[in-house]
Write a protein that binds this ligand. Structure first.
Ligand code: UD1
Length: 371
């Protein structure tokens, strides 16, 4: 019997950890899994709702770290996670994605000589001003198993000198979750329940500090999206950090109560996974700075405009539906018009984005831990 700790921390981690936990639980004689939630995200709709909707067992241990500066948050995660690893003595720690907790927990495990498996290894934006890029580089440098979502990630890791045997191309585990949730009634209905019509609205998400923390940048983006809202409905489930900035900068918006209005950006509280999937798959297009949404829209064949200069997920541009528009309002508007005029690309092959990534991970773990 091998003991595995899976680290869950922030919203984008839950859909990556869920399918792996489920797959591990199919082999109760081989694996004991322990979910450790660092508490990086803690609001109900940023955390608990995802466990409920995705049928993930509630965390066995919650470290309750909460928000703070990068150094403070990472240090607290490390201090508290070290105690857990010392007490539990796991055979493996699994981390996912690129948040501060991913990096913090990887360092702790590696220094205690516990092997680390990184889900979503090898992604690079080549922009070191992004905190996530630092988290990716450090995590991949100390991890013993590098589970990659796409083959560009394999190539990048080899370029950086990673040992070939550590790299395992398993595909995109987030798509396992997406496929699994498609049967949910809420996914089919939510967009209709709030009065939207398929293909007739723009879905917006923004939370990157580089987009929302600087007033000049954010007001440029807000201005062009406000203009878009004059001819297409815009719906914006808003991250708590972004909401604070919208109030601080005094932007014009409407809070959603029971109908979506034209001519103004409609703000909603953060949504659960099923509600968000419903809005994504039925949108005319998605405007975002999220990493996960670039992948989800590509898989669902929904046009996506990414409000960033770079992406760590280039396969969504080459084989998916993603356009990189940067933050320049004119570029964003041009990309929007192109899609409205029907000049959008269609998805091509996305290898191993097939709902079986968690299965491949657990098959590999059987070999890694038992042979
Ligand atoms: C984090 C990740 C980012 C990921 C994003 C998804 C890092 C460096 N960043 O960014 O990669 O794309 O999660 O959401 O790890 N807050 C709340 N409630 C919560 C969580 C956060 O109100 O449940 C507010 C707090 O004011 C907090 C701020 O949001 O200070 C930022 O939270 P934090 O976890 O530090 O980073 P995110 O912006 O969420």
């Amino acid at each position: 019997m091998k003991k595995i700790i899976l680290v869950a921390a922030a919203r984008p981690n839950f859909m990556k950890i869920g399918p792996v936990v489920r797959e591990l639980k199919r082999y109760p004689d081989l694996f004991e899994s322990i979910i450790v939630h660092t508490g990086q995200h803690y609001d109900k709709n940023m955390s608990h709702t995802f466990f409920e909707q995705l049928n993930i067992p509630l965390a066995d241990i919650n470290l309750g770290v909460g928000s703070g500066s990068h150094a403070w948050q990472t240090a607290e995660v490390m201090k508290r996670f070290e105690e857990v690893v010392l007490k539990e003595r796991p055979d493996l720690v699994v981390v996912a994605g690129d948040v501060n907790s991913t990096m913090g927990c990887s360092i702790v495990a590696a220094k205690l000589h516990v092997p680390v498996a990184h889900i979503e290894a090898g992604l690079r934006s080549f922009d070191r001003r992004m905190p996530e890029e630092i988290n990716r580089l450090v995590t991949d440098a100390v991890a013993d198993i590098l589970y990659t979502p796409s083959q560009d990630a394999d190539r990048q890791l080899l370029k950086e000198g990673a040992v070939k045997e550590k790299i395992v191309f398993v595909g995109n585990v987030m798509i396992d979750t997406l496929e699994n949730q498609l049967k949910e009634v809420k996914v089919a209905r939510f967009y209709k329940d709030i009065g939207l019509v398929k293909g007739n609205y723009v879905l917006l998400t923004l939370h990157r500090p580089s987009n929302v923390d600087i007033e000049k940048v954010f007001s440029g983006i807000w201005g062009v999206i406000d203009k878009i809202s004059q001819d297409t409905k815009v719906i914006f489930p808003i991250h708590p950090r972004t909401r604070k900035k919208v109030s601080e900068f005094g932007f014009r918006y409407k809070s959603f109560s029971n109908s979506i209005e034209e001519g103004v950006i409609n703000l909603l509280d953060p949504l659960g996974y099923n509600e968000m999937l419903s809005l994504t798959m039925n949108a005319g297009m998605v405007l975002t700075d999220s990493g996960g949404l670039q992948e989800e829209t590509s898989y669902l064949d929904v046009p996506c405009i990414t409000i960033r200069d770079n992406t760590e997920r280039p396969v969504t541009v080459t084989n998916g539906t993603n356009y990189l528009a940067g933050t320049d309002p004119e570029n964003i508007y041009r990309a929007y018009k192109n899609i409205i005029n029907g000049n959008n690309k269609r998805k091509q092959e996305l290898k191993y984005w097939d709902g079986k990534a968690a299965h491949r991970i657990v098959e590999h773990l059987k070999q890694f831990l038992f042979i």
